[in-house]
Design a protein around this ligand. Sequence first.
Ligand SMILES: NC(=O)c1ccc[n+]([C@@H]2O[C@H](COP(=O)([O-])OP(=O)(O)OC[C@H]3O[C@@H](n4cnc5c(N)ncnc54)[C@H](OP(=O)(O)O)[C@@H]3O)[C@@H](O)[C@H]2O)c1
Length: 287
Amino acid sequence: MSRVAVVTGSNKGIGFAIVKGLCQRFDGVVYLTSRDDKRGMAALAELNKIGLNPKYHQLDVADRNSVVRFRDHIKDNHGGLDILINNAAIVDNDLRSSNYENSKNVIDINFKSVITIQELIYPLVRNNGRILNISSDCGHLSNLRNKNWIERLSKKNLKIEDLYEFVDWFLESKKNGTFNSEDFADGGTVAAYRVAKMCLSAVTTIQQKQLEGTNISVNSMHPGLVRTDMTTGVGFYSIDQAAETPLYLVLDAPQTLKGAYVWFDRKVLDWYDYNADYYFKIKTLVN
Ligand SMILES: NC(=O)c1ccc[n+]([C@@H]2O[C@H](COP(=O)([O-])OP(=O)(O)OC[C@H]3O[C@@H](n4cnc5c(N)ncnc54)[C@H](OP(=O)(O)O)[C@@H]3O)[C@@H](O)[C@H]2O)c1
C-alpha cells in the first residue's frame, strides 16, 4: 500500500512549495489540495510542467462537507495517510483593526478548521505518521500580554475548552467594541491572526497528548517571514527556502520530536516563555 502525504491550502505559497518538495523527496502519493478547483488545477499544471505529478483534490478546510468528502476519498482510495500538513490560512484584512466578521473568519480558517480535521482526518493517520501545523511567530505565547490569559494558556493540563473561551473572549471584544490592543503584543496588530495561531500552537500539544499510545507526532512551526501573497510579497525567504524546515519535520526529524513549537531554523523553542522576544512585529511587514 502506498504511503500518502496531504498538504492543505497548497495551490500557492508555502504549501505549494511543500507539495513540490514532497513530490521530489517523499516515497508515496502526494496530494495538492485547494478550496478552489480552478486555482488547484492551475497549480497542478505548474508542477506537471516540471515533471512532478501530485494528485489533486478539492479541500476547503472551513467547510465541513468538503472535509468529509476529502476524508472519504482518502479512505476509499488509500485506506489512510502518513503525512498531514495543516497549512491553509488567511490573515486579518485590516492589519491594525480587523472587525468582528473578519476576525471570526480568520479564527475559523486558521484554528477551528484544524479541530474539524482532527475529528475527521486524524483517525486515518497511520502509526508513525506525522502531522505538522503551520503556525507563525504570531503563534508564540509571547504575543499575549493579558496576564489572566497567559496564566490560563500556560496550564499544563490545558483543554480545548480553554482555547474556545479564549477565542470567545477575543471575538466578544471585537463585537462589542471593548477590544483592548494592550492585551496583545505590538499594539494589537493582526490580533485575530495572533489569537488563531496561538490557539493552533497550543492545540498542537493537546492533540499530541490525545495521540498517546500511538507513534504519531504533531508539531507546530513558524516558517519565517516569507515572500507570498499573505505578506504582499514582503519577506526574507522564498517559498522554496521556507518549505525546507516543514519538509525536514515531516521527513527527517526524529520521530521522538512531539508536541513541539519549532522555529524556521529548526530550533525547538519554549512556547510557554511569554517574556521572550519571538512575537511578530508589524514593522517587519509594513512601514
Ligand atoms: N508568509 C509568511 O511570511 C508566513 C509567516 C508565518 C506563517 N505563515 C503561515 O504559512 C502558511 C502558508 O502561508 P502563505 O504565506 O503561503 O500564504 P498564502 O500564499 O496566502 O497561501 C495560503 C493558502 O491557504 C489557502 N486557504 C485559505 N483559506 C483556505 C480554506 N478555507 N481552505 C483551504 N485553503 C485555504 C489559500 O487558498 P486561496 O488561494 O484559495 O486563497 C492559499 O492556498 C499559513 O499557515 C500562514 O499562516 C506564513
